[in-house]
Ligand binder design. Sequence first.
Ligand code: ZN
Length: 588
Amino acid sequence: MAGRISRQFIDDLLARADIVELVQSRMSLKKAGKNYQACCPFHSEKSPSFTVSQDKQFYHCFGCGEHGNAVSFLMEFDRLDFVDAVEELASHCGMEVVREENNASPAEQKRQQQLHQQKQNDYELMGQVSRFYQQQLKASPDKDTAIKYLKGRGLSGEVVKRFGIGYISDAWDGMMKVFSKDHHSTQQLVDLGMAIQGDKNKPYDRFRGRVMFPIHDKRGRVIGFGGRVLGDEKPKYLNSPETRIYHKGQELYGLHEAKQANKSLNRLVVVEGYMDVVALAQHGVDYAVASLGTATTPEQLQTLFRTVRNVICCYDGDRAGRDAAWRAMDNALPLIQDGFTLQFVFLPDGEDPDSLIREQGKEAFEAILDQAMPLSKFLFEHLMRQVDMSSFEGRASLVESFKPYLAKLPESVLKDAIINEIANNFGTGSEQFKVKLTKEANQTSKPIKAKISTKTTPVRLAIALLLEHPHIAASISDVSILEPLKVPGIPLLCQLLSLCQNNPEIKTPQILEYFREAEEGKQLAKLLCWQHHVEADAATDVFLDSIEKLLNNFVEQRTEMLMQKARSGALTQEDKQELQAILSANNQ
Ligand code: ZN
């Protein structure tokens, strides 16, 4: 069996990867001096605190403190576990993961490996079930009703295949009798939401007599299903429950398919149901996704805006549709930076995207998308409807009602335009009024900037410089001279020196990787964020200077202590030898 990923491979991978290029493959960065900046993807903010350093191959957010190397970034941004993140980075860099022979590994790595293995098994099983459902659409004795239904919805075989749509007959164990082989696989199917435990201790199929829509994650793995009933039974749509691999608030139905169908996506349309997504694709609008529930969650919006800059939410024009749109807008506000747009389409009564595109076709539907209502218009309309616009009081309360929403918007051209609009139409229109409103709108939820205040001590400076320029470790010939020093940080410094001397090619992100699970990793990250203002060409000199200071301080302290002992007559034989050695060294 393949073991854990080899340390050497991780080192090689981090040497190949470029963190700036990696981050830019997922979000846009602006050059700011030596570094790159953006609004932080890990917390909501309006001015950029997220910094990526090409020199250090490290990212750090001054707002929320998130930091790390390329692997950490993928773990956080793509929500992957460690092994998945390494695999993803490897495929990004075009490298093949190298694993070690599985000889006894530390407990934590073993646990991670087991978890990873379990997940792999889960994905594998869900993939097999999905293929079984697809095969049932061709082979089941009552397949004709399902085929008739899909044809009735205007779907071609090609689209049915592209979305992996399948079928399962109405029986208690249609799927279980194929996949439930022993206690272990039965439990796994229950855990994955495919079977229901029931009373009689004999788990049975959750999905029965339904057309099956597999739900894929970003990486294209089947993580759950939606099932549409063929007759009039209830519920019409049945979905997988939350499981260890399926978190519905984070996934979007159709996103994987949309990415597969489009080399570069410009916009995404959010619709309510699976059938809408599939019907739109059938008619050439192959960039629709469904939010797998009524509300669009902040996580889903984040995924959307990490994929495209223009998101159009398409809802029913009724009350429920408008409420859903409002919630989506509220969740999206912190993500609307310059260059990003959120728009809304409200469909006429009784229409859904499926019916509309079937009646009117692609061009008409896209014309509706092109005319979508901008976020600002939706915001104004919604808030104005709630106040009496004919009175001064009503207009004043309208200005108030805007404030919490403005506070969520990042500073942007759009925000300025909205403030102008409010000031001109509902305020006094004076410059003063605008300035006051802008100030209020921008201060409500400013992130607290965590100051990295690091007192300069020789140990800290030595560690920081070594971390940034690992090659300077070679300037110390004998690490053991530092070992006796009783100064905080010396053990870490010695550890780092040995690590760098034993691995002459090592770079900053690889060092961080060695300390991923260790407490010292946090100290290292903090030192890496520290602005010590030592230029690269002076690093070796300043480093040696710090080491010398450390040694001198130590000798001074020891001498002082020993002299004091001598004065009080408490010097031992050992102390005498040490004192002599120090004094003769000083006289040389
Ligand atoms: Zn942050």
